[in-house]
Ligand binder design. Structure first.
Ligand code: URA
Length: 250
């Protein structure tokens, strides 16, 4: 039976019971003023719950490696047709910082690892400058786990389908800070459609986790003038986490 039908039947029965007992009470107490039937809708919805998507139910109890395993064979959107490998993310499970990018590029699609191309090497140098690294204290992942063809931006429906994975990864890793690199990640996690320059430079609250947005390393490689803003953002992050700034050559 459909959930709406079940709820309607329960609500009807509760209303009838209320009216019956109210009639008895009026008779016993010799009063002649029926009481208004309370609204049982909230109670009915809490008793007859929407069925959970079985996929989400399994994911809710999955570990980081089980999530990665699920992502590896995911076929929930059409990006799975064009990818070589999906890229769940990698790094340290109890990370201080979780870096969230946009989606795998060509090198990542071929290797199955996040940020391993030119932009990834640049990102590693940013992390190194503030005593962070993906082998010690960082987990790196993306909003979508499969490469959008030709490196186009992921479509809203692709982001929506994939968001269960990122949500669960964040909930399990519970990083001290989330660092979004690029507009796609910033817009998605903040539910804000601003430009990157309007989003960067300050901390936000993402479900009680401080979240900072900065430029995507690929954007900085295209426009080196953005390096100054990125450095300011990295210094902000280092200050917040009491991280040591590395000197040149260190
Ligand atoms: N760009 C991204 O946003 N993510 C990657 O993993 C690689 C490039």
């Amino acid at each position: 039976m459909e959930i709406d039908k079940k709820r309607a039947i329960l609500k009807h029965n509760l209303d009838s019971m209320w009216n019956f007992y109210d009639e008895v009470e009026q008779f016993v107490s010799q009063i002649d003023s029926p009481r208004e039937v309370p609204d049982f809708s909230g109670y009915v919805e809490s008793v007859i719950k929407e069925p959970k998507d079985p996929f989400l139910e399994v994911l809710d109890t999955a570990s980081i490696s089980q999530i990665a395993f699920t992502i590896k064979s995911c076929k929930r959107c059409s990006l799975s047709v064009t990818r070589t490998h999906s890229v769940p993310g990698s790094g340290v499970i109890n990370a201080k910082v979780m870096v969230v990018g946009e989606g795998p590029g060509e090198s990542e699609d071929l290797s199955g690892e996040p940020f391993v191309g030119k932009a990834g090497v640049f990102l590693d140098s940013w992390l190194h400058a503030i005593s962070l690294s993906r082998t010690e204290n960082v987990f790196i992942t993306n909003v979508v786990k499969c490469r959008p063809p030709g490196n186009r931006n992921p479509l809203p429906e692709e982001i929506e389908t994939c968001e269960v994975y990122l949500d669960r990864q964040i909930a399990l890793i519970k990083p001290e800070v989330i660092l979004c690199v690029g507009k796609v990640a910033g817009n998605h996690l903040l539910h804000k459609s601003g430009t990157l320059s309007s989003l960067r430079g300050k901390f936000y609250n993402y479900h009680s986790i401080p979240l900072l947005v900065t430029y995507h390393p690929a954007a900085v490689l295209r426009n080196l003038a953005l390096k100054r803003d990125v450095w300011n953002d990295l210094q902000l992050l280092a200050q917040f986490l009491h991280l040591q700034l590395k000197r040149k050559g260190e």
